[in-house]
Write a protein that binds this ligand. Structure first.
Ligand SMILES: [Mg+2]
Ligand SMILES: [Zn+2]
Length: 189
């Protein structure tokens, strides 16, 4: 079973300039490629994003699809493979089943790519990202943003910092398992 990183896009991969749909307004955040390259040596990468600009009529679904293709291609040029982008196109008042913090998109990915959710992470810059992750039994990492200024929980300055934490967390787990195995062996001797 695969372990994955479910990435939010706005505020994690690119600057959150609210309902961005034009290529000229799309800006990658610093060190995103480096962070994703690190992560993808251990995890499959997915994007899950709320795109209510579509449901609100600020731009078309096709605008989003084109911008997402651009992002995916730019990352691919740097060697980063995003397996799939899942998005909710609905406005908040549609009361749909796919908008974060609901878990429908994440569960769809889990089914389609045979993902072990317990070993997977959600990285986002809003509490709706983190809640989706917790609701699905994933681990979570919150990136600092204007949306979470007052939230008293561990926050990372960037995706890069979160990536380092995620990878060191894994190393720690492996160490613990190794120690456990050694202890068991010693006990048997
Ligand atoms: Mg965001
Ligand atoms: Zn939706």
């Amino acid at each position: 079973m695969n372990s994955t990183i479910f990435l939010d896009s706005d505020g994690v991969i690119n600057e959150d300039n609210e309902y961005v749909y034009k290529r000229e307004d799309f800006k990658f955040l610093p060190n995103v490629t480096e962070a994703l390259l690190k992560l993808q040596s251990h995890y499959l990468l997915f994007v899950i994003t709320n795109q209510s600009g579509i449901g609100r009529g600020y731009h078309s679904e096709n605008d989003f699809i084109k911008l997402n293709e651009f992002m995916i291609q730019e990352l691919k040029n740097q060697g980063v493979i995003i397996q799939e982008t899942y998005y909710c196109p609905h406005a908040t008042n549609h009361d749909c089943e796919c908008r974060k913090p609901k878990t429908k998109l994440l569960e769809r990915a889990a089914k389609e790519f045979s993902i072990n959710l317990k070993n997977s992470w959600v990285v986002g810059d809003k509490m709706s990202d983190i809640e989706m992750g917790k609701n699905a039994g994933c681990k979570t990492a919150l990136i600092k943003s204007r949306f979470v200024e007052f939230i008293q929980t561990q926050k990372f300055d960037s995706l890069y910092e979160a990536a380092e934490y995620i990878l060191s967390y894994n190393a720690l787990l492996r160490c613990r398992e190794l120690l456990k195995a050694v202890n068991l062996k010693n006990r048997k001797l």
